[in-house]
Design a protein around this ligand. Sequence first.
Ligand code: AN0
Ligand code: CP
Length: 316
Amino acid sequence: MKNYLHISDLNNLHEVVKGAIELKKSPLEYQKLGKGKTICLLFFNNSLRTRLSTQKAAQNLGMNTIVMNFGSEGWQLEFEDGLVMNQNKSEHVIEAAKVVSQYCDIVAIRAFAGLKDKVQDESEIILNNFIKHATVPVINMESSIGHPLQALADAITLEEHKVLHKPKIVLSWAPHPKALPHAVVNSFIELMQFQNAEFVITHPVGYELDPKIVKNYKVEYNQEKAFENADFVYIKNWSSYNDYGKVIPQDKNWMITSDLMKFTNNGKFMHCLPVRRNVVVTDDVIDSESSLVIEQANNRTYSAQIVLKKILENIE
Ligand code: AN0
Ligand code: CP
C-alpha cells in the first residue's frame, strides 16, 4: 500500500483486521521494520487519540516520530496556486510538503472540514496538496470527508465483539452544541460495505448525509424503531449536510439513554470519542458494560500499526 486515504485503500479488509488482531497480541514483533524510519505527523486540528495512538504505533514498529501543530506552531500555509502571497500566509504547501518529505519516510495529516464551504471541503485542499507535492507516502488522520484510521479501529472492535448471527448495526445521530464534521460517519458508512450486517442509519429530519455515501442504506427517522434488536449502536453527532455545517435546533431527545438502549438486543454502545457526557450519552450508558469506547480507542493503535506496517513493507 502506498497511501492510506480511504478505508477502500485496504485491499482485503478482513485480512487487515485479522493482521491487526495478531499485532495486538505481540505489538513489538516488527520492531526491525521501522528501524531508522521516521513518520511526521502534521496537525491542523486538535487530537488526543490520533496523535498518541499513531505515535505509539510507530514506536511499536521501531520508528521515530516528529510532530507539528500548525494551529499554534507552524507557519500559516497557502494552498491556492498562483496567488500573490501578500496577506497572512507565510509559506506555500508546494515548498512545505517537499521540505517535510526530506525529514521523514511517511507523512500523516489531520485537516478537518471547515464546514463553511462544501465545495472547498469536498476538494480536500490540504490533504490533496500534500499528496500532490509530498514525495513520501501520505496517511489521512481525519480529513474533510473521511477518518479511515478510526473506521479501521471500529472494524477491529466489531470483529472482537462479533455475534453468532448476522448483526444489526445502527448508526445514530446524537445532539451536540457545536457543528461537527461528517468524516467519522462517512468512513463508518463506507466500512459497512465490507461487513455482513443489517445496517440502519437514524437521525432527525434535516441531518441527511451525503447521498453519494449513504447510497441505498436504510434511513429510519424513528430512533427507537431503529434501535430495535440492534447488536451495535454507533453514535456520532454531525452537522447538517444540506444546510451545510449548520446546527439545526437540537433535538435533545436523541441523547443516548439506558431507556433507549433497552430497545436493543443487549446492544453495544460505540463512539469514536471525544464525547460530551450527558449531552450525547448519559453517564450510565457510557459507564456500562455495554460500552466499547475505551476498547475502540485502544484499537486505534493497532489500526495505525497495521497501516504503517503495510506502507513500510511497500517502501522497503
Ligand atoms: C471531531 C469530529 O467530530 O470529527 C473529531 C472526532 C474524532 N470531533 C470534535 O471535534 C469534537
Ligand atoms: N477519535 C479520534 O480521532 O480522536 P482524536 O480527535 O482525539 O484524535
